[in-house]
Design a binder for this molecule. Structure first.
Ligand code: HEM
Length: 477
């Protein structure tokens, strides 16, 4: 990529403010979608002093973020959140694109592999959490209930197991959700900018000061539980979970004279990264899939049939069953396309001015992958607003291979060096939760009231799209 090219097309906006007044910051994907239809798959706009570049087609996304020379578009930008809450951009999500972050991401992946999906010790503990979920659903059987509380608790508890190898008590889930709910508020772009511009507001009795202090209190509780207590009780050679695995890798770095990137602040940041990246996204994906199934009952029957054929009714579904259950896999892929839980990527920063497709992307521009538009582009999917798992199956009912153009157009978890660390972990939890529920219960719309729409254009906004509360009725099989 070399410098100097044409200017990118896009809305002009107003002097100084740019397009700031034209967008709802919590629904940026809808403005990006409208503009992509008007200006094409590569566009740019200004928001006050910031230049944004929005990429809305799979070919250009792959070219910009994964091909040789694309490193320059894989940096992150500073926000008040990264500066003050993440201790000057520690961790993976907010880390600059530099050797320490790349190494840190490798360590996080390794820790997830050693103590996450498919690891017998983790799966045995996680199954106990599924048992608890089934018991809670069983208690509600034959009457309408809101599944959010149960799913939220299940997700927080398996994150606890990931961190520490067990669920200690009821407060584990509470501490995790309190941190998650506290940080959501500061992720609002206007509050973030205000704090970055006037950092002293953190210490004043203003609304934003109160928000900041409540985040720091929730962070302290979180780290006391999952960093401090693990550190105090860690026994080398007896790693219990991800946090111990990171302590082990930390001491190996010291012995091997490797680049020191796993400092204590970095381990603390990874604990926060798991919540930031994983809690809301997995919880709302599971809830959205439940909602979709209530509206498409024939899919529940087909998943159940696949469970009967492959797993039977005498044992729980396991991750080893996944390859033999293409229909269920197709339902999960199609649901994550249809709703697109994370509609735009985290912003990438251009480290220098580059030429891309004949256009100039200026230094410091923020690059957004417009996942929402890619997943709902009629020229790719034909009928993007129809939920149709069969689009991911061939004529023999087998899952399309990953190289197939439709699979290549799915960018649920991003792509390239900044893609999601938790993809395998998230998909495995969704699979187990969904199949275990369907094995035991028929899922039906509520008896009372009307079921909300499963169209994600009506979902509540934010970094992760979430359906409003809804009720479900379960009937034991
Ligand atoms: C359905 C669930 C999930 C979805 C849809 C999702 C989606 C995404 C997306 C779109 C990105 C941004 C990629 C980019 O900026 O280019 C991302 C990044 C990330 N996700 Fe996830 N994610 C999910 C679950 C998880 C889980 C369970 C974890 C942790 C265990 C996690 C950890 C991360 C991290 C650490 C990053 C930052 C990677 C980097 O900056 O290099 N995510 N995710």
């Amino acid at each position: 990529m070399l410098a100097r090219g044409k200017s990118l097309p896009g809305p002009h906006g107003w002097p100084i403010l740019g397009c700031l007044l034209e967008v709802d910051p919590s629904r940026l994907h809808l403005s990006f979608d409208k503009w992509a239809k008007q200006y094409g798959p590569l566009l740019s706009c200004k928001m006050a002093t910031k230049k944004l570049v929005v990429i809305s087609c799979p070919r250009l996304v792959k070219k910009a973020l994964t091909e040789k020379g694309s490193d320059v578009l894989n940096d992150r930008t500073e926000t008040s959140f990264s500066k003050y809450v993440m201790d000057n951009a520690k961790g993976v999500i907010f880390g600059k694109y530099e050797p320490t972050t790349i190494q840190l991401k490798r360590h996080m992946k390794k820790g997830l592999k050693m103590h996450g999906q498919g690891v017998p010790q983790f799966e045995t503990m996680a199954k106990k959490e599924l048992d608890k979920l089934l018991k809670s659903v069983e208690d509600q059987r034959d009457r309408d209930f809101n599944p959010r509380e149960f799913v939220a608790k299940y997700v927080a508890n398996f994150v606890t197991i990931l961190y520490s190898g067990s669920v200690l008590d009821e407060t584990d889930a509470k501490v995790i959700w309190e941190y998650n709910d506290a940080i959501k508020v500061l992720l609002d772009a206007s509050k973030d900018t205000m704090l970055l511009t006037f950092p002293f507001l953190r210490f004043l009795p203003t609304n934003i000061g109160r928000i900041y202090r409540s985040i720091m209190e929730a962070k302290e509780e979180l780290l006391k539980k999952f960093f401090q207590s693990n550190k105090e009780t860690y026994q080398p050679g007896q790693e219990r979970g991800l946090v111990d695995a990171l302590f082990k890798l930390q001491s190996e770095e010291k012995h091997d004279g490797e680049m020191q990137c796993l400092t204590d602040p970095q381990i603390k940041a990874i604990i926060q990264d798991v919540i930031f990246g994983g809690i809301g996204s997995v919880t709302n994906s599971i809830l959205s899939i439940l909602l979709i199934l209530l509206r498409n009952h024939e899919c529940v029957n087909k998943i159940y049939q696949e469970i009967v054929n492959v797993v039977g009714l005498d044992r729980y579904p396991s991750l080893q069953d996944r390859p033999a259950m293409p229909y269920t896999e197709a339902v999960i892929l199609e649901a994550l396309r249809y709703i697109t839980p994370v509609p735009i990527s985290a912003p990438h920063r251009a480290m220098e001015e580059v030429e891309f497709e004949g256009y100039t992307i200026p230094k410091d521009a923020l690059i957004f992958m417009n996942i929402w538009t890619i997943h709902h582009d009629p020229s790719i999917w034909g009928d993007p607003w129809i939920f149709r798992p069969e689009r991911f199956l061939n004529e023999n009912g087998e899952l399309l291979p990953v190289e197939h153009s439709l699979r290549q157009s799915l960018v649920i978890f991003g792509t390239g060096p900044r893609s999601c660390v938790g993809e395998g972990f998230a998909k495995s939890r969704i699979f187990l939760c969904l199949t275990t529920l369907v094995q035991k219960f028929d899922l039906l719309p509520p008896d009372v009231g009307t079921l909300i729409s499963d169209d994600a254009r009506t979902f509540l906004p934010g970094g992760v799209l979430r359906p409003a509360d809804f009720n479900v009725r379960t009937v034991a099989r």
